[in-house]
Design a protein around this ligand. Sequence first.
Ligand SMILES: NC(=O)C1=CN([C@@H]2O[C@H](COP(=O)(O)OP(=O)(O)OC[C@H]3O[C@@H](n4cnc5c(N)ncnc54)[C@H](OP(=O)(O)O)[C@@H]3O)[C@@H](O)[C@H]2O)C=CC1
Ligand SMILES: Cc1cn([C@H]2C[C@H](O)[C@@H](COP(=O)(O)OP(=O)(O)O[C@H]3O[C@@H](C)C(=O)[C@@H](O)[C@H]3O)O2)c(=O)[nH]c1=O
Length: 303
Amino acid sequence: MKVFITGSNGLLGQYLVQAFLQDPRYQIVATGRGENRLRQQAGYVYEPLELTQQAAVQACLEKHAPAIIIHAGAMSQVDDCERDKAACWAANVDATSYLLQAALPLHAFFLQLSTDFIFDGLAGPYRENDLPHPINNYGASKVAAERLVMQSGLAWAIVRTVLVYGVADDLRRSNFITWVKQNLEQGNPIKVVNDQWRTPTLVQDLARGCKLVADQRANGVYNISGSELLTPYQMALKVAAFLKLDAGLLQEVTAQTFTQVGARPARTGFIIEKARKVLGYQPKSFAEGLEIVAGQLQASSQA
Ligand SMILES: NC(=O)C1=CN([C@@H]2O[C@H](COP(=O)(O)OP(=O)(O)OC[C@H]3O[C@@H](n4cnc5c(N)ncnc54)[C@H](OP(=O)(O)O)[C@@H]3O)[C@@H](O)[C@H]2O)C=CC1
Ligand SMILES: Cc1cn([C@H]2C[C@H](O)[C@@H](COP(=O)(O)OP(=O)(O)O[C@H]3O[C@@H](C)C(=O)[C@@H](O)[C@H]3O)O2)c(=O)[nH]c1=O
């Protein structure tokens, strides 16, 4: 069975390819912007695909006619989305519309990735049936994409996640854990907020959760994240302790002393009971996640 993955050069995309490569039931079509940046390039088809080009999306889906589409591609830089709403909308909404239109005649199962940033962060942690109320362009674009998916007429699932962390090849954006590690290793003091709440998600868990949804063709919205509600400051302390780095470089601040272009919802995080019960989803603890990331970093430094 053919699975079509968008955003395959990204943090999640790389782990989706790895997860489906382990399962001989699937043939993978991985798509990304420009050249394939994954270290492993055998065992699947890679197609360069600019998702904002409707004709290219149409032609690529016609050519491969997948049974399952996992749409991980997105403009995920929240501040860039705030600065350039048109680019954000093109990448996160129009691109989703092009994929859905091309998927319709294929009757493909469509799995859309979404985010805790669809909420305003006043009442987290959130369940699947809480009402979205985004406070930045990125979140608004993901709400619009979710609505297109729900109204598409296809069999669909929406996987929402939070603050994804992990190690991947040639990423265009760092993630919080690697960002903290790099700064502490270089002796750079960093300001870290103590009044935002997240359920940080190990990228391997997220990929596993997406595969559970795809394997079961599970319809509906699923929160797939870590289970522990932590502040970035608490996360950073755990990173420092685990990696034996200098926590003295961590400066505990509140969000208002911390200006980011795109507003961040204060208290998000997800309740993941539905994914546990319906899908059998079982995330690693944050400590286990750090151990896995540290092991990967050690292995890559010795390679
Ligand atoms: N990271 C996180 O903390 C969270 C992520 N999510 C969602 O999960 C999904 C995956 O996120 P993640 O892997 O972390 O994000 P990344 O930014 O690592 O990956 C996104 C990928 O999409 C590609 N892409 C962006 N625009 C286009 C385009 N116009 N045409 C083709 N490809 C494009 C990027 O290409 P390139 O590499 O060339 O830039 C990139 O490889 C996204 O939908 C995101 O919104 C949700 C919650 C949290
Ligand atoms: C850069 C930075 C971040 N932080 C905090 C703020 C925030 O809560 C957390 C991560 O901040 P960042 O700006 O790195 O990441 P951010 O853009 O907030 O991450 C978001 O990405 C998109 C794709 C999502 O969908 C969201 O779920 C979320 O993961 O770390 C600090 O405390 N100090 C800092 O210097």
